[in-house]
Design a protein around this ligand. Structure first.
Ligand SMILES: Nc1nc2c(ncn2[C@@H]2O[C@H](COP(=O)(O)OP(=O)(O)OP(=O)(O)O)[C@@H](O)[C@H]2O)c(=O)[nH]1
Ligand SMILES: [Mg+2]
Length: 232
């Protein structure tokens, strides 16, 4: 049995007031002993207040990044990761697209390796355009990585992954300045620094669907950042 006091779940947020309390409650209920850091980039919809509902608990921390110079999903995750004290980290979105039930499988995979990637098996709600764009960009990124002798993944754009804290902090300390802080794909950028021989677990999951509440931040700028990060 995995010991959840070894785990910190990092949740980057921007305007997720409708989702964040539901997610935190589910995680605390399912994984006794787990730690949570919500890395918020100055949400204007009261996300921070929703997190402060848990303020009497030492295991739920709000990292308020509103005063930081660089805002972005990537910068928020790296910032939080450097503060983690537990052995393992899982990064997941706030919008309930990453099934909280799958945290268990990712955490258990970390018993035997430094990195475990949540791999989406199907994305039901996406239209044909988003499916084609996503597939093409993933193929492009994996091809570039393979040609450069780097680690590839069946879901290189995944935002749901587990990583050993020491391993991640080592990469961030050495290469943190080369990440695109305003970017979006922390895993993809991290894979650039993972040795090809490194054992990486891929944990398949179904049930990835469109967000129920709140707005998507995915757009053309994020797409360009992915291409830039891949070629860099
Ligand atoms: N801290 C921080 N979090 C962000 C930022 N942009 C997005 N996020 C969070 O990162 C996670 C992923 O963002 P989404 O907008 O859901 O991106 P996506 O999943 O690719 O897009 P959808 O499929 O449409 O939901 C969510 O928890 C967001 O709240 C940001 O600039 N800063
Ligand atoms: Mg999302």
């Amino acid at each position: 049995m995995y010991e959840y006091s070894n785990l910190t779940i990092i949740i980057p947020t921007l305007n997720e007031a409708k989702n964040i309390k539901i997610l935190i409650s589910k995680l605390l209920q399912s994984y006794k002993g787990v730690h949570i850091i919500v890395s918020d980039d100055g949400s204007k919809d009261g996300t921070g207040d929703e997190v402060l509902y848990f303020k009497n608990r030492a295991d739920v921390q709000l990292l308020d990044r509103s005063a930081e110079k660089v805002h972005g999903l990537t910068a928020s995750v790296l910032d939080a990761a450097l503060r983690v004290k537990t052995r393992d980290i899982i990064v997941m979105d706030a919008d309930l697209q990453h099934p909280p039930e799958k945290v268990a499988a990712l955490a258990e995979a970390l018993e035997n390796c430094n990195l475990a990637i949540g791999v989406r098996k199907e994305v039901k709600d996406w239209g044909i355009y988003r499916k084609v764009v996503s597939k093409s960009v993933s193929t492009f990124c994996n091809t570039v990585f393979a040609l450069r002798g780097k680690k590839t993944s069946k879901d290189i754009m995944s935002g749901f992954f587990g990583i050993r804290t020491k391993f991640f902090q080592g990469i961030i300390k050495e290469h943190g300045s080369s990440y695109i802080g305003t970017g979006y794909k922390v895993l993809l950028e991290t894979l650039k620094f993972v040795n090809r021989d490194e054992k990486v677990a891929e944990v398949p999951y179904t049930g990835f669907h469109d967000r129920m509440y709140g707005k998507s931040k995915a757009g053309t700028k994020q797409l360009m950042d992915i291409i830039r990060a891949t070629l860099k």
